[in-house]
Structures are given as C-alpha cells and as structure tokens.
Design a protein around this ligand. Structure first.
Ligand SMILES: Cc1cc2nc3c(=O)[nH]c(=O)nc-3n(C[C@H](O)[C@H](O)[C@H](O)COP(=O)(O)O)c2cc1C
Length: 227
C-alpha cells in the first residue's frame, strides 16, 4: 500500500507538519509505504488558465507539479493537511489545487483513491472549505475516509497529544478503507452521477475538441460510450 502525504502548510515545525508526521509514523508502523510532498518547498507556478491540459492531459508549465501528479497517480490514498488562513486553505495549497483541477479532477483520475484530510484553525472559520480541499472532494471525487479538524489557538499550542488518538484511529481507517474498498453510499453515488451528467451534457459534449483528454479518460472508465 502506497500513501502520499501532502503538506499544504508553509510553516516549518507547525501543527500541520507535526500532525502529518504523526500520521506518517502510524501508517509506516502498519507497513504502509509513505511518500511525502511539502508544497511550500516545491516549485509550483500559478495556473495560467490556458486550458491546454484539457486537450492534452499535460501542463505547459515546466515545474514540480508533473512529479507530484505522477506520485498522486501511483498512490492508493492520501493524507493531506493545511491550516486555515483567512478562513481559507493556504495560498500554496490553493495554487497547487488549481494546477491539478483539470488534469486529475475533470479526468476523474482520483475517483478510486481514499483521502484523510487534516486541517487546523486558530479559533474559527474555514471548516467546510478545508474539508472540501484537504479531502479532495468536489471535482476530485476521491472517497472520503476521514476528516480531522482541530482548533489549536493563536499562537498554536501544538498539543499533539490531544489529537494523536484521533489521528491513530483515522490512519487505521484509511488503511482499512484502502484494503476493503467500501462502496459509496446511495446518496454519494447519486450525486456523483448527477455531477457527471451535468459536466458531460453542458461542458464536455459541447466542446469535444477542447475536452479531448477528459473525453478519452471518461471513455476508458465507461462514462462515455465510444462512438
Ligand atoms: C496568515 C494567517 C491567517 C490565519 N487566519 C486564521 C483564521 O482566519 N481563523 C483562525 O481561527 N485562525 C487563523 N490563523 C491561525 C492558523 O489557523 C493556525 O495558526 C494554524 O492552524 C496552525 O497550524 P500550522 O502550525 O501548521 O500553521 C491564521 C494564521 C495565519 C498565519
């Protein structure tokens, strides 16, 4: 089993780094292979919005995102952490999310993978945004394994003992989910189906040239019938 840890916090030695390190230790203790990406240490430029990737599946910008995408495709699941900043995720995490939206999101390349999201806030705000992005929900459609959201104070008390038991349970669940591959609930399957119908009818099929790579991916998954 191969799990990729993605750290969306620019702060060294902060709560997010500590929580992700603890999760990594729990996973490694159960024989999981871990890869670790710290977004703030990578070269990640802003998405230019050219939409070439919709057609080709590749980004025109040469930086570290291609390497991270390869790691994400190889992984069975993810542990992703970002602190709340101004009631949002961090800037470096958002920049990364923009770069993978059309390459890994619209192609549904991550739909069979499982995610544990970890987010922290000083006092208040950002919970639903963190859940959406740290758990790669919405356009990415990964299976939500668990979401751990902690209030840590400002400056953060970094009392890891408070969350260690919660993280130990969450990492065990991630391993169990990846091994047993539980189905989505009826509600989740229905909303995923509606999403696909809307995207196919109102975006993809209206511009087949622009969405060529997305269409190929959907065909390979049986979501679009080959003509
Ligand atoms: C620029 C900045 C903005 C922040 N915005 C908020 C906020 O909107 N609400 C809040 O309760 N805490 C906020 N915080 C506190 C962080 O959420 C908290 O320090 C963080 O969760 C600790 O994790 P870390 O050590 O990994 O950075 C902010 C912190 C920074 C540095």
């Amino acid at each position: 089993m191969n799990i990729l840890i993605i750290n969306g916090s620019p702060k060294h030695g902060g709560f997010t780094g500590g929580a992700l390190d603890f999760a990594a230790t729990c996973l490694q203790g159960k024989g999981v292979t871990i890869n670790h990406v710290r977004l703030a240490d990578m070269t990640i430029h802003d998405c230019r919005g050219c939409f070439n990737c919709l057609k080709t599946g590749k980004c025109v910008i040469p930086d570290d995102v291609e390497t991270i995408i390869k790691e994400m495709i190889k992984a069975d699941g993810f542990v992703i952490g970002s602190p709340v900043r101004n009631a949002l995720i961090t800037a470096c995490f958002k920049k990364f999310i923009e770069r993978i939206t059309y390459i890994l999101g619209f192609t549904l390349a991550l739909e069979d993978k499982y995610t544990l999201g970890i987010a922290s806030v000083g006092y208040i705000g950002g919970k639903s945004i963190s859940r959406k992005f740290c758990c790669l929900q919405d356009v990415f459609h990964t299976h939500l394994s668990d979401f751990v959201f902690c209030s840590v104070g400002i400056p953060s008390e970094k009392n890891m003992a408070k969350v260690e038991s919660r993280l130990a349970i969450a990492t065990d669940k991630l391993i169990a989910d990846i091994s047993r591959r539980p189905q989505r609930s009826f509600y989740q399957r229905t909303s995923y189906l509606i999403d696909r119908v809307v995207i196919r009818k109102f975006m993809i099929e209206r511009h087949p040239d622009v969405y060529a790579n997305v269409i190929e991916s959907w065909k390979s998954k049986g979501y679009i019938r080959p003509r």
